[in-house]
Design a protein around this ligand. Sequence first.
Ligand code: XBP
Ligand code: MG
Length: 252
Amino acid sequence: MSKLKCLLWDVDGTLADTERDGHRVAFNMAFETAGLERRWDEATYGELLKVTGGKERMRFDIERGGMADMSDAQIAELHAGKTQMYQQLIADGAIPLRPGVRRLLEEARAAGVILGVSTTTTPAALDALIEHSLGHEWFDYFAVLAAGDIVPAKKPAPDIYRYAMDKLDVSPAETMALEDSGNGWLSAQAAGLKCVVTVNGYTRGQDFAGADLVVSEFGEADRAAIDILDNPHALDDLHHVQLKHLQAMMGD
Ligand code: XBP
Ligand code: MG
């Protein structure tokens, strides 16, 4: 019996590259619809990603002088519009899953590993991605969808991971996190979880010291080998990340 009982998946940047071409675009559409001049270009959005949560990100941009001041209620209204825009982008098929995500999800599911989601994203945005990028059946396959304001402190706080583990009645010792960002890794680490990081354009240069594996993507057998950025467990046969690698990192 493997020690790996549960896999908790981050969403944005991990399941799919949703930030640059999804959330960022949706924010800009909402700003435009509201008659605001502010636009978040790709580089600016990269700076803003250090703050997790869309509403928190807008508040941060206001405080640093990027956007005109707004009340929390105005931010919430603007963010609700952004979420609708995002749902439409996802429904239009704008963002595919990252390489190897479906394969690894299915491999873990077939092996009886409990699957869950731990994300700072708004539930409605998560639902759109599941429905349109993963498939409706994944609403049943994930044993918990822990998302958004369900916990008061977003990543890098550990709360969303603790919430998911509590719901699933699993311990940190039998759970692994899959993340893409420094904030995500910090959150998983603070919850006491082992963690695999698949970096993307925004997160490649971030600090993942202490993570259990840092790679360019999960990869696929019939594609080029993944880039290995850090492999502290000295795993071999890492052309692409497989369930056996995750199990090995748990000490099986
Ligand atoms: C994702 C986030 C989210 C999204 C936007 O972080 O920080 O805020 O950028 O989603 P993680 P909302 O991948 O670590 O969960 O606008 O719905 O907050
Ligand atoms: Mg992420």
